[in-house]
Design a protein around this ligand. Sequence first.
Ligand SMILES: *Cc1c(COP(=O)(O)O)cnc(C)c1O
Length: 390
Amino acid sequence: MEVSPIDKVYLDHAATTPPHPDVATAMQPYLEGMFGNPSALYAMGRESRAAIEKARRQVAALIGAGTGEVFFTSGGSESDNMALWGTLLANEGKGNHVVTSAIEHHAVLETAEFLTAHGYEATFVGVDSAGVVDPDDIRKAITGRTIVVSVMHANNEVGTIEPVREIADVCREAGVLLHTDAVQTVGNVHVDVDDLGVDLLSMSGHKLYGPKGIGAIYVRNGTKITRFIHGGEQEHGKRAGTENMAGIVGLGAAAEVAAGEMDDKVGRIGKLRGRLVDGLSAEIPDMFLNGHPTNRLPNNVHLGVKFIEGEAICLQLDVVGICASTGSACSSEALEPSHVLLAMGVPARDAQGSVRFSLGRGTTAEEIDYVIETLPPIIERLRSMSPHAR
Ligand SMILES: *Cc1c(COP(=O)(O)O)cnc(C)c1O
């Protein structure tokens, strides 16, 4: 294999993003001298408190929320857990049922499944072949016992954007809460909690060029929710624990950067995506694109490659310096086909051959061309060794 002039092509932004330089700069003081406990009464504590409130304003501004509606958590997973548990526990007298979709992130799916083992009920609504949830199916799944509906804003594997606004109308009519896991969209495309009509929303720092281990949950004013982490009165009593100062400040900085470069980023990345799709489609036979053709994340390309396995493709891409994934966590142990593709009706055999490229703010046309050049021969070679190929 020839060595490329580009030494690393990072195309796995859906898994995590590199911290923006402004994020690292903003965080630095909180890893060093500025260690005051924000709950303390002396000046050092007050400075930390002020930094948290600034970050809260930055995050709230990015999603069109009030500052009193944003609470910091340890990340997208905690926010998802809290949205489901918190609303169900706070409404125990009213009901015990959650409606969600079959293509949610594991942080929602596993939580819903866990809840069913503890006296709650969950309904998992299916999707069409493009990965879209039908709002009518949500309507039909809602019962008199339903407390909350949870449907993700965009799917992390195939990039399909869900009709959250329409689902919100269904939920409002039925008098149930709506949560959306917006981890893939916040900071990457325009997200406004009022446009979406959601009551709860999850986001994560490391998916928007911020640090890992920090996230936030938006909770619409007046929404009844029980806290998930018990202890002190931090985060207005909604989430105990001494605040992750560096993380919070980093998330705030990332939110501000994202708000400033949104339009430019979306347009440029969308063009690069088109270039990648066209280039690969022209060169690779027996390949299909997963996810909705237009209503989708501008940075996600999800390929189904017949006759070979996605893991093998990812490992070969790694050899030539390209970081991509199979879509679900590219883990060595799980050779199970993705629950998302199966829910979309992709045959299990074809679901094995998936590769996800997710572009980012630093992606260049040269990098895209490098992928277009290197991937087709890799696939040809793997197919020539595959017992499944024709
Ligand atoms: C990454 C991701 C999460 C989990 O976020 P963490 O901050 O890593 O816990 C949840 N939902 C979606 C859609 C994601 O892509």
